[in-house]
Design a protein around this ligand. Structure first.
Ligand code: CAO
Length: 414
């Protein structure tokens, strides 16, 4: 069966996380991704957080599957000539260098268009045009500058970053959408275009509901926040602990074993439609007749007490038992699953969301496969390439003969 992006060639100049997540997704959809890396060095993540000495790290291998690697010094004259050929040869170029790095190499957007007017040139930067446009940015900086940190954390605690890589992988996802959209438009226009995603913008997009709340705040307190009605609201949308934020009261409560297992918790949403079943199962049938409890409005000022009563019940069950009992009652809930549990979860293996691949130097490792499932475009998750593994192969596809490849190696261009 063919794949959705078969025939699309990607010149992948990305490194670290944000760019590589984008190009890995495109590779899973069938694009031929040529990862360009500095000779002898490669993507810095190959050597970061190494768990096995001198073997490509999981940081690298889990972000660079299904790609081919060519080493190329794009700052040498010979390297620039080869790079120019790559620009002619490819449909899309993706990069996430510090601002201005490609211009400094001599490849401005204007120059790229001269070489290949059909080229789609996609970039991730920390910030869009404005006061911070020249700054280098990593994940947590984006979480802080995009609004996630100020709205995450305990009510009276400091701002918190989240383990979900919304700055890097989130922006990579945004960029991938921009690229396929530009490819679609190119079918009609015949022209390439510039696609840019700023990490600050990507995080803010994912925090859209918090900007919603910021504006609601000017019209009165946010009644679904735990600060209401007993606490105080300041001028900005506050942190809300584990409150659900969607107008349905929700919280994380302890389950059996919480004293020793840091993940023995479950998230429970006490929405009105399922309240009767929930009240009965936790032994609070009395709430159903009591005007102090039997409407969402009456419960709102005492959600703390309500969740502590729910918790008394969940503490008598494991998180999975609680899930099995609450789900048939239509109570939305979810156990706090650890990475260990997710890695071992059979159903995720069956859907290809968690995949085991074999690497010639590290052996078997787990990776997260493609979370986006297309019925007509199957995904085969393939291990990441070794540094420069496909240099010869790609050079010959560009038309270089064996002697020219050997010469390029001798002078350090590849
Ligand atoms: N041949 C020759 N030179 C190369 C090369 C190659 N194949 N590949 C990269 N280089 C050069 C670049 O041209 C750059 O040189 P100059 O500084 O002379 O222009 C240099 O290597 C380093 O690139 P960099 O500045 O991007 O790398 P860094 O480690 O200093 O910064 C990062 C890393 C991520 C902070 C920065 O790239 C950045 O801000 N990127 C945009 C935002 C982003 O994607 N951040 C997410 C990263 S994941 O958390």
């Amino acid at each position: 069966m063919s794949k959705a992006l078969e025939g699309v060639k990607i010149l992948d100049m990305t490194h670290v996380q944000s760019g590589p997540t984008c190009t890995q997704l495109l590779a899973w959809f069938g694009a031929d991704v040529l990862k360009v890396e500095r000779p002898g060095v490669g993507d810095a993540t190959r050597g970061q957080l190494q768990d096995i000495p001198d073997v490509d790290s999981l940081y690298f291998t889990m972000l660079n599957g299904n790609k081919r690697s060519i080493t190329l010094n794009t700052k040498s004259d010979e390297g620039k000539a080869i790079f120019t050929k790559l620009i002619e040869h490819c449909d899309v170029m993706v990069e996430n260098f510090a601002p201005g790095a490609l211009d400094r190499m001599g490849f401005s957007w204007e120059r790229i268009q001269e070489i290949n007017p059909r080229m789609i040139y996609a970039s991730v930067k920390g910030f869009g045009p404005g006061p911070y446009e020249d700054c280098k940015v990593y994940e947590n900086v984006a979480q802080c500058t995009g609004g996630a940190a100020s709205t995450t954390g305990e009510l009276d605690g400091m701002p918190l970053v989240t383990g979900a890589q919304i700055g890097d992988s989130g922006t990579g996802l945004h960029l991938a959408l921009g690229i396929v959209t530009a490819l679609y438009q190119r079918n009609q226009s015949g022209r390439g275009q510039r696609v840019t995603c700023a990490m600050q913008d990507g995080v803010l997009n994912l925090c859209r509901v918090k900007l919603r709340d910021q504006q609601r705040l000017t019209h009165g307190p946010l009644t679904e926040y735990p600060q209401y009605p007993n606490g105080e609201f300041g001028e900005a949308a506050p942190r809300a602990g584990n409150a659900s934020g969607g107008g349905q009261p929700g919280w994380i409560v302890k389950c059996k074993g919480w004293e020793t297992d840091p993940d023995a918790y479950i998230y429970v949403i006490a929405q009105a439609a399922a309240f009767e079943g929930l009240a009965k199962v936790i032994g609070h049938e009395d709430w159903l007749e009591d005007p102090e409890w039997n409407t969402p409005k009456a419960r709102l000022p005492k959600l703390d007490h309500m969740f502590s009563e729910i918790e008394k019940w969940t503490m008598t069950k494991t998180k999975f038992e609680a899930m099995d009992i609450l789900n048939p009652l239509n109570v939305p809930c979810g156990p706090i699953l650890s990475m260990k549990e997710l890695a071992e979860e059979e159903s995720l293996r069956e859907t290809g969301t968690v995949v085991e691949v074999d690497h010639p130097e590290r052996g078997k490792y787990l990776t997260v496969g493609n979370p986006i499932k297309l019925s007509d475009s199957p995904v085969d998750v393939v291990r990441s390439p070794l540094l420069g593994e496909h240099t010869d192969e790609i050079m010959s596809e560009l038309g270089y003969g064996a002697d020219e490849i050997a010469a390029a190696k001798n002078n350090g261009a590849v």
